[in-house]
Write a protein of this length. Structure first.
Length: 314
């Protein structure tokens, strides 16, 4: 039996187009999503885990429109369709239509649309090697949060509350707040950073989509790499809930460019390591094929690069 889920008229502001003013000023886009598959199990069990979480789908699509940049809406539509297909743990067909009603056309018109399709194999978690998890198996995650705009500490406190309010997600531990100098060479204000451990009953990609949705809701726009951030939430490490989140051997591995695990630069960032070590003193991290305490890794980074010295806030 085939069922359909429709999400229509999802609006998000983005910076897509071939003209410079489109990239600079941006405009509103609209996205329609149609999911076609057998959702009969959900009809009998009445469980969200047995269908598609269209809230997470909306978060993911809105995040891509708002934070990524493409010259063509053909590329944007394909990106959204592929991303949604990659998060769904039920085999189904994904159709995405992107509307660009303010396209720079010198004639009266109503809309410009592009449709893209993708197919979900229903194996959304197979890219997480050795995880043994699926969308209905709990995971534990270490998160790194940072902000340096619009009351940074308040942004982090709001983000932690928003994460804890997500369906099937619970914040179980947080670190204190730290003041850290920016990295990457972009002149900007210092950051406020913290870490958190969460438990989630969803796939890694569903979790990523939800976290990106919180970033967007709090005003994040990815304009400059390593530039100022209203809010930045990174998944540093993931493990199945029945594994030891402090052990590198237990972590989920993924080379998916959308969600690379563990975070490839965590061992180089004192603003990640120091809050993490405060929160989880027994945690270890792999550095040059050696498992060392996260606290030692943080000290090593700060010694090698004093500019990365972090300061705990009261």
């Amino acid at each position: 039996m085939t069922h359909e889920i429709h999400l229509r008229g999802l609006r998000a502001y983005g910076h897509h187009g071939v003209f410079d003013f489109e990239k600079t000023d941006g405009q509103e886009f609209s996205v329609d999503v149609r999911l076609s598959g057998d959702f009969s199990r959900a009809a009998s069990t009445d469980r969200l885990e047995d269908t598609v979480d269209y809230g997470a789908v909306a978060d993911l699509a809105a995040s891509i429109v708002s934070t990524e940049r493409y010259d063509l809406i053909e590329a944007l539509a394909a990106r959204i369709a592929d991303a949604i297909a990659g998060t769904i743990a039920i085999p189904c067909r994904v159709e995405v239509t992107v509307h660009k009603p303010s396209a720079p056309i010198a004639h009266d018109f109503t809309d410009v649309t592009v449709r893209a399709e993708a197919v979900s194999s229903g194996m959304a978690c197979e890219d997480a090697q050795g995880s043994g998890t699926s969308s209905d198996q709990p995971i534990t995650a270490v998160l790194s949060l940072g902000a340096n705009q619009d009351n940074p500490r308040g942004q982090l406190e709001d983000a932690l509350r928003a994460i804890d309010r997500l369906p099937r997600v619970r914040v179980v531990q947080t670190s204190g707040f730290y003041s850290t100098a920016p990295v990457g060479g972009v002149e900007q204000d210092d950051f406020v950073n913290c870490a958190a451990v969460i438990e989630a009953d969803c796939s890694p990609r569903e979790l990523l989509a939800s976290l990106q949705g919180i970033e967007v809701a709090q005003g994040r726009v990815r304009e400059v790499r390593w530039g100022p951030r209203t809010l930045d939430i990174d998944i540093v490490r993931l493990a199945a809930a029945d594994k030891d989140i402090d052990s590198p051997e237990a972590q989920i591995l993924s080379d998916d460019p959308v969600l690379t695990l563990p975070h490839p630069r965590a061992h180089e960032r004192a603003f990640v390591l120091v809050p993490w070590a405060e929160m989880r003193p027994e945690a270890k991290i792999s550095v040059k094929r050696e498992d060392i305490p996260v606290s030692a890794a943080g000290e090593r980074v700060q010694t090698a690069d004093p500019a990365q010295t972090v300061r705990r806030l009261d």
